[in-house]
Design a protein around this ligand. Structure first.
Ligand SMILES: Cc1cc2nc3c(=O)[nH]c(=O)nc-3n(C[C@H](O)[C@H](O)[C@H](O)COP(=O)(O)OP(=O)(O)OC[C@H]3O[C@@H](n4cnc5c(N)ncnc54)[C@H](O)[C@@H]3O)c2cc1C
Length: 492
């Protein structure tokens, strides 16, 4: 039994953990409530169109290569770096191409806005510094352990604490750095990469811009779901056993020590259980009387999304794979999402068109549009009404920005709102990234990957340390599997 490990959830982090544990000699069994693996990373096919339903942007793909190497997978996932990371459209008619080369990007920014090129490049250098300074302490190691807190990298963070800008909001820092409001808005947007509000999130999060602008934005050759298929098939080949349509009902604990899980009334025994399920739902549904720690409940949740999937029977050469149509007033947009829990009538619209890169994702002469806006998490709003209103506002915005009549080109349509995201991936209130970073101390308060209170129970995935998003979920899987292997001395 010591060599058995049970995993709850076949999301990215659950599969990554399964691969790593299996490579270290464990018999791994995964229970997934859905009929397929992937969790938030999923796909939808309508007519001749294929859509990613979750993530569309990949950064730090080397973490996937590391996972393959560490798990003894010989095959490699193929990725391509995008030449244009994103195309930005502003309500005053300005268009900015974020070229992959920082120098070209900064030049484009200067040409379109007058913001000095050197100022943009210096900002990107600062973002790189922030990432290099914090990555070991806040991302790639278990955070609240004595070893981490007393490490050289943590001491370096402590000595340079002032330069982290942890007590300034992203917006405050960027407002002072840039003279042009459009450039400030472009960089404030990175707070939304973990579902946060740039007017509240610490300026330390500017490090996210480094991943895209200095390292690169990538797309898997076979689409985002191709990533899950690759990892899932590799795990099956390694002997990991997956049980789908298998919802874990309870984690069995005796004197706070893990003994197994209960699934469909049946008991599966193991001294090691890894949960990739949302931390809020884990405590409220699977851990019986054990209450979620109060400090976790105090954390504001990240935002959610409304996504329209449109099969468009036309081609739009002015658009790229990733496009942002900015709202005219970012402050009002975020006040609506996080304070009023509603949707601004001029939302920032994200249009992702994977068929620009993977031609088979849409029929000839057509495009697959994934049209997303950030919205509050689900607190019981009238979503049918909100989706209706949002759709009208999105159509108006797209028509105005692209000088078109987009509705006349929509031949297939579907959508998801926070209720669906909650139901499909089991994320509390449909929050995309677990707790938000709308708090200067958020990084310190994320739920750890293991705690003394429960022996043999480990936590991975987007709702726990180090956070949501593909790179961080891969990081948490590594932290958890390393800890299990060390604790149970089974590294081979
Ligand atoms: C719309 C959207 C857009 C996004 N965009 C990006 C992006 O562009 N780039 C990026 O890096 N990240 C993005 N993300 C975030 C990223 O998708 C997630 O952080 C990541 O996929 C979460 O992986 P996870 O391991 O936490 O598992 P999840 O995907 O949360 O999966 C958890 C799994 O556990 C299962 N489960 C839960 N409870 C149980 C139970 N009791 N028994 C059995 N199974 C259970 C669920 O069914 C689910 O399959 C986006 C997310 C969404 C939803």
């Amino acid at each position: 039994m010591d060599k058995d490990a049970l995993i709850i959830g076949a999301g990215l982090s659950g599969i990554a953990c399964a691969l790593r544990l299996s490579a270290s000699g464990y018999n791994v069994v995964v229970f997934e409530k859905n009929k397929d693996p992937g969790g938030k990373i999923y796909e939808k096919k309508i007519g001749g169109y294929r859509f990613n339903t979750g993530p569309s942007l990949l950064t730090l793909p080397e973490l996937i290569d590391d996972l393959s190497t560490d798990s003894g997978i010989k095959a490699r996932m193929e990725f391509k770096q995008l030449d244009i990371i994103c195309k930005y459209f502003y309500s005053d008619g300005t268009k900015i191409n974020a070229y992959k080369n920082p120098d070209d990007f900064a030049e484009e920014v200067e040409k379109k806005t007058g913001e000095e090129k050197d100022n943009v490049l210096e900002f990107l250098k600062k973002c790189e510094y922030l990432f290099n300074l914090t990555q070991e302490t806040f991302i790639f190691n278990p955070f609240r352990t004595l070893k981490n807190i007393l490490s050289w990298h943590a001491l370096r963070v402590a000595f340079n604490f002032y330069s982290l800008n942890a007590f300034k909001s992203m917006e405050e820092k960027n407002r002072k750095w840039f003279s042009d409001k459009r450039v400030e808005q472009l960089f404030n947007r990175y707070a939304t990469y973990n579902g946060s509000n740039p007017y509240k999130a610490p300026a330390t999060l500017n490090l996210i811009a480094h991943l895209e602008h200095n390292i690169g934005a990538y797309i898997p050759e076979k689409g985002m779901y191709g990533l899950i298929q690759f990892l899932y098939e590799s795990a099956v080949k390694k002997g990991v056993k997956f049980n789908f349509n298998s919802q874990v009902e309870k984690i069995i604990l005796e004197n706070n020590t893990v003994k197994g899980v209960k699934v469909n009334g049946e008991t599966f025994k193991s001294n090691i259980v890894v949960s990739d399920a949302d931390i809020f739902l884990l405590y409220s549904k699977l851990l019986g009387e054990n209450r979620i720690p109060k400090y976790i409940l105090k954390q504001e949740l990240s935002s959610s999304a409304i996504i329209f999937f449109w099969g468009i029977k036309n081609k739009f050469p002015d658009l790229e794979v990733h496009n942002i149509l900015f709202s005219r007033d970012y402050k009002t947009e975020f006040d609506n999402i996080f304070k009023r829990k509603l949707i601004y009538d001029d939302p920032t619209v994200y249009i992702h068109i994977s068929s620009k890169f993977i031609s088979t994702d849409a029929p000839e002469g057509c495009e697959n549009w994934f049209v997303m806006i950030n919205v509050p998490n689900n607190t019981g709003q009238d979503w049918d009404k909100l989706v209706n209103e949002a759709r009208k506002n999105i159509v108006l915005k797209i028509n105005k920005t692209l000088d078109t009549d987009i509705e006349s080109y929509i031949e297939y349509e579907d959508y998801v709102d926070p209720r669906d995201i909650e139901k499909n991936s089991g994320s509390f209130k449909g929050a995309l990234y677990g707790p938000s970073s709308n708090n200067k101390m958020a990084a310190f308060f994320r739920h750890p990957n293991f705690i003394c209170r429960f022996k043999g129970l480990y936590f991975t995935g987007g709702s726990v340390h180090p956070g949501g998003g593909i790179p961080l979920c891969l990081a948490s899987a590594k932290i958890v599997s390393d800890k299990i292997c060390k604790s149970h001395k089974l590294v081979i």
